[in-house]
Design a protein around this ligand. Structure first.
Ligand code: NAI
Length: 245
């Protein structure tokens, strides 16, 4: 992987941070994006301190101009993006009856529009090179749904559908597109969900524990690698056994 470049969105925290660190350890030059410039740069600095190669860029994946700028910054730093990980995301709970239009729109803006915009930015160069990998971070809630999470579950289901559709379009031209659908993982995002939700969820997990970000990063690293050459449009589930497909 030495010399190839990866762009990880929302990588200033949690799963994205772990993915960025793992990919850097695997030899990628990593462009670390986050909404927060401080968090993104802190992760890039952590990677460099460990001997890896990283740069950071702040911006909103749901904003077309930000995405164009971030893509240009990533290309300027490390050349064409060979691996894109669409990880940026937010959590928000609401009963469906009281779900505000603004919260519904925000959820789809970050997850669905963000995945669309970022992928659209990197894909032309991947197709021109006849090689590239996209890994989308969905969620098992996009497969089974979650109470008070219609907007989140819907956005994640959309990401799974987009993953499959794009994989059908581009895999014969050398670009592999897959998704991961993690179960509950110990990150700040999950700590934003209610304590009741977390206790109930833990009780039903066959493994009896939430996952760690590094365990999701390992799945992403596999999908990114040539070892995953037959994985096309798949959704892998590092999920403590909560969903078995
Ligand atoms: P986190 O809250 O620790 O990190 C998410 C990062 O994304 C934050 O640093 C945030 O600033 C950034 N971000 C948010 N909106 C952004 C935007 N518009 N543009 C750029 N960056 C943005 O959350 P976590 O848990 O690491 O989540 C990462 C991904 O994993 C999300 O897509 C989430 O939905 C997904 N996921 C998380 C699970 C969990 O249990 N933690 C389970 C399944 C999926």
């Amino acid at each position: 992987m030495a010399g190839t470049s990866a762009l990880v969105t929302g990588a200033g925290s949690g799963i994205g941070r772990a993915i960025a660190i793992r990919l850097a350890a695997d030899g990628y030059a990593v462009f670390v994006n986050d909404l927060s410039a401080e968090r993104a740069e802190a992760v890039a600095a952590e990677i460099r301190a460990a001997g890896g190669t990283a740069a950071s860029g702040a911006g909103d994946v749901g904003d077309e101009a930000d995405v164009a700028r971030l893509h240009a910054e990533a290309v300027a730093a490390f050349g064409a993006v060979a691996l894109l990980v669409n990880n940026a995301g937010i959590a928000h709970q609401s009963l469906f009856e009281s779900l505000e239009v603004a919260d519904f729109d925000r959820m789809f803006r970050v997850h669905v529009r963000g995945t669309f915009l970022m992928t659209r930015a990197v894909l032309p160069a991947m197709l021109a090179a006849g090689k590239g990998v996209v890994v989308n971070v969905a969620s098992q809630l996009g497969q089974i749904g979650g109470v008070e999470l219609v907007h989140y579950s819907g956005a994640k289901a959309a990401i799974i559908g987009m993953t499959k559709a794009l994989a059908r379009e581009v895999s014969a031209r050398g670009v592999r597109v897959n998704a991961v659908a993690p179960g509950p993982i110990n990150t700040p995002l999950v700590m934003d969900l209610s304590e009741d939700w977390r206790a109930a969820k833990k009780a039903e997990l066959p493994l009896g524990r939430f996952g760690e970000p590094s365990e999701v990063a390992a799945t992403v690293a596999f999908l990114a690698s040539d070892e995953a050459s037959l994985f096309v449009g798949q959704t892998l589930g590092p999920n403590s056994g909560d969903v078995m497909l």
